[in-house]
Ligand binder design. Structure first.
Ligand code: LMR
Length: 398
């Protein structure tokens, strides 16, 4: 069988970067993978990260293993960031956190644990969702089902249809929700809508699994957590996968966490013991460096302040690119309204470009966009914006 095996298709997102790197066109633009770039097209190492690394270089005393769930100081920092300083859940013992290799690692550990514990359950994901969600959950053995989310006509959420489906999902099925900066659409639930979702979860007793990869990229660290906070008292366990790839820029350090919140400390401990067993048979214990950086930044008032400012700068930079993009596209006399791009949150914009237009742009213009039309807004720079807008006009006129 292995002698006649055919090649796997390239990854929907990371495969684009591989193709982009090989492309020799000097005008090429990568709007695929969600990586922040400043207005010079650079993905910088944050100053707070550099300072934390210098501190670590001087002060670190050992490279021995971390425990299965990582350093307790790191997991404490994660919880404080997720729930907010002084939140009652921090001392309740109801939340337990494991340091994982990135948000993807957190999703996979959670998926493996849930599939082992609830082999008959399905996982429900939004239409559309991050291209890797389906891959992760099916690799863990889940059947994947979809709930309505994005309405391409209004560029908003099909909230009525979404609620209808969520209200019929059975007890113990898993529902994956994006806490903020929905990937790929950039369209988030409002506070009132989150309340309705929490009420449905409580009645139906399905299990929310929250993907929280972009805290701080929506409105602020505080505002972005409102969906999570509204789900803390629903009488079923709740799982959260978070990541420091984007908000601390630690992409290649693979730094994330899986948090379980149960109804009481006893249940949280029991679930967590299984999560640890899942980790042990998967990668044993997490890589330390990224977690040490996060821990160093968040436990130092000056570095924390510096990081918060750098995060605010990244968020503002993306918002400003959104406005410029909308304005430049309007100047090109394209018979299509792109003003919705300005209202979307986070790194991505669901541009409304069709798959044919996306293919045209890649094959003829060396502009790399994810199938479905997702654009990494941070990849648009003052140097490439005119070429991009001209090319979009050409693709639309085809
Ligand atoms: C993305 O959606 O582009 C990022 O989350 C990176 C990835 O791993 O796909």
């Amino acid at each position: 069988m292995l002698e006649s095996i055919s090649p796997a298709p390239p990854d929907a997102i990371l495969g684009l970067t591989e193709a982009f790197k090989k492309d020799t066109n000097p005008d090429k633009i990568n709007l695929g993978v969600g990586v922040y770039q400043d207005d010079t097209g650079t993905t910088p190492i944050l100053e707070a990260v550099k300072a934390a690394e210098e501190k670590l270089l001087k002060e670190e005393t050992s490279k021995s293993y971390l425990s299965i769930s990582g350093s307790p100081q790191y997991t404490q920092c994660v919880q404080t960031l997720l729930f907010g300083d002084g939140h009652e859940i921090l001392s309740s013992g109801r939340a337990k956190t494991a340091h994982t290799p990135g948000g993807t690692g957190a999703l996979r550990v959670g998926a493996d644990f849930l599939n082992q514990s609830l082999p008959d359950a399905s996982i429900w994901v939004s239409t559309p969702t991050w291209a890797n969600h389906k891959g992760i959950f099916s690799a863990s053995g889940f059947e994947i089902k979809d709930y309505p989310y994005y309405d391409p006509q209004t560029h908003g959420i099909e909230f009525g249809a979404m609620k209808k489906v969520l209200s019929n999902i059975p007890e113990n099925d898993i529902v994956l929700l994006h806490v903020c900066c929905h990937n790929p659409t950039g369209v988030d639930l409002e506070s009132e809508q989150w309340k309705e979702i929490a009420a449905i979860a409580k009645t139906q007793r399905w299990i929310p699994f929250l993907d929280f990869a972009y805290q701080g990229f929506g409105a602020s660290l505080e505002e972005d957590r409102r969906g999570l906070l509204g789900l803390l008292n629903i009488d079923t366990p709740l799982f959260v996968a978070n990541s420091f790839s984007k908000n601390v820029g630690l992409y290649r350090e693979r730094t994330g966490a899986l948090t379980v919140i149960a109804q009481d400390a006893f249940k949280a401990d029991a679930i967590f013991s299984h999560i640890k067993a899942t980790i042990r048979t998967n990668y044993s214990n997490p890589p330390a460096h990224g977690g040490s950086i996060v821990e160093t930044i968040l436990n130092d008032d000056t570095l924390r302040q510096q990081w918060t400012e750098e995060l605010t700068d990244m968020r503002n930079q993306i918002a400003s690119v959104r406005s410029t993009l909308v304005q430049k596209l309007a100047e090109k006399d394209i018979p299509q309204d792109f003003s919705f791009i300005e209202k979307q949150k986070g790194m991505f914009s669901f541009s409304g470009l069709s798959d044919e237009q996306v293919t045209y742009l890649r094959e003829n213009k060396a502009i790399y966009i994810v199938k479905g039309g997702r654009i990494n807004v941070a990849g648009v720079t003052p140097q490439n914006i005119d070429y991009l807008c001209e090319s979009i006009r050409e693709a639309i006129q085809q």
